[in-house]
Ligand binder design. Structure first.
Ligand code: FAD
Length: 403
């Protein structure tokens, strides 16, 4: 089947980036066709930690109504030897833990309410045609004037428009996680009513384990970069044992873990070309310190949607016009991730010795653990976190950063 009707905008992927773009574009009158291979609600492999700045994009009230949501109250960092534990409860807003089943379904429904039309199909290819873009699925082809690629890190579509690919295993994150329903009372008992962003350092070179307790679901995961993580299944089962011992949990029924890859580098420098914009994981928009990507996907999706509206209204979908999209996300978070997230990661993840030292240092210095809490929960930018840490850290810690 060929659908010759020329849509204004096709968006591939209805995760945070795609749904956010679809909502803005449809709200502003564009004729939007939104593809996802999955039926919604669907689960996406994720820790489900939403950084504090997510409420710049999504109203806090809406997030707080989601069934699995729980507020984040601060940070707990455990050193590689587990000898040092640095904990900090921070007043005010620090973000949330929420299942992606609920969060993404909320975003998807908002896009449809705005008027985007959903097509549940896997997009196989996309290419230029005279007056726009042709997108192909197993059973049909669809045409549009503009395309937003937002279908995650595994997407093959960027390569079809000559965008670069991440191939170095040092920059590809590999993780295994499970999210399991557990009664709220049990989670309160083990993790406290005030939930913390809990991170176990030193499980693998360049990686960590995390425990995020939502309202009534527990998300446990391990990850590192593909280059250094050799047996992720073993790493995960060792980590579950460690978590049980650490919290004194006798029985823990967890769902089967699933693996996933994600970009652990810097965002693409140029996420646009003629008639095409790339957003979210498909454009590697991930914080290399924390692995957080939802906030950046939402922001990029919003800018891609806004730029699409302007391009259609001015009848200009040239690369030159779409470069506005790049300027917007770069200014909002791109420069910050490019310049400061990787150095922060190096600062902490270089070796187990450094991680041990970092937790010891944070435990002994309230201002330091506060800064780390604010950096990791995305309450402040990476730049601010980096500068504050450099100012505060003892000389012995700073020396190691540059050696
Ligand atoms: C284990 C793990 C833990 C993480 N934890 C966190 C965390 O705690 N906090 C955080 O902020 N980030 C976390 N991230 C990163 C976060 O999941 C991503 O950055 C975020 O999901 C990116 O959103 P997106 O919209 O770009 O892509 P996605 O959320 O991946 O959405 C892409 C969508 O495209 C669809 N799709 C894929 N291919 C096609 C196709 N060919 N045709 C049609 N549809 C298609 C998919 O079904 C999906 O719905 C984690 C990642 C992993 C792997």
């Amino acid at each position: 089947m060929v659908t010759d009707l020329l849509k204004d905008l096709i968006i591939v992927g209805s995760g945070p980036a795609g749904a956010s773009a679809a909502k803005i574009a449809a709200n502003n009158g564009l004729d939007v066709l939104l593809f996802d291979k999955e039926e919604f609600p669907r689960y996406k492999q994720c820790g489900g930690a939403l950084g504090a700045r997510v409420t710049n994009i999504i109203p806090a009230k809406d997030i707080e109504e989601l069934p699995s949501v729980r507020k984040t109250h601060g940070l707990c960092m455990i050193s590689p030897s587990q000898k040092h534990v640095a904990k900090f409860y921070r007043e005010g807003h620090n973000g949330y833990f929420v299942s992606r089943i609920h969060f993404d379904n909320y975003l998807h429904e908002k896009a449809l309410e705005a008027g985007a039309v959903f097509q549940q199909e896997r997009v196989l290819t996309a290419k230029y045609i005279d007056n726009g873009i042709k997108v192909k699925t197993k059973n049909a082809t669809y045409n549009s004037r503009l395309l937003i690629i937002a279908n995650g890190f595994y997407s093959r579509l960027p390569a079809m428009f000559n965008f670069p690919q991440v191939t170095d295993s040092e920059y590809i994150g590999l993780s295994l996680n499970s999210e399991s329903p557990i009664p709220e009372k049990t989670l309160d008992e083990y993790f406290g009513e005030k939930r913390l962003t809990t991170i176990f350092l030193g499980l693998a070179k360049n990686g960590y384990g995390y425990v995020f307790a939502m309202k009534n679901r527990l998300n446990i995961g391990v990850g590192g970069t593909q280059k250094y993580v050799k047996n992720i299944k073993q790493l995960y089962s060792d980590f579950v044992k460690l978590v049980k011992d650490f919290y004194g949990i006798k029985k823990l029924s967890l769902n089967k873990p699933r693996g996933y890859r994600s970009p652990f580098y810097k965002p693409m420098k140029k996420a646009f070309t003629d008639r095409v914009m790339v957003a979210g994981d498909a454009a590697w928009m991930i914080n290399a310190l924390t692995g957080e990507g939802v906030y950046y996907a939402l922001v990029a999706g919003k800018f891609a949607g806004e730029t699409a509206v302007e391009a259609i209204n001015t009848n200009d979908s040239s690369a030159q016009f779409l470069s506005k999209y790049n300027e917007r996300w770069m200014e909002s978070f791109g420069h910050d991730l490019n310049k400061y997230a990787s150095p922060l990661r190096k600062m902490f993840f270089k070796s187990n010795k450094r991680m041990e030292l970092a937790v010891k240092m944070a435990k002994a210095d309230e201002k330091m653990i506060k800064t780390l809490t604010e950096t990791i929960t995305n309450s402040i930018t990476c730049e601010e976190g980096y500068k504050r840490i450099l100012k505060r850290a003892p000389i012995s810690f700073i020396k190691g950063i540059f050696s």
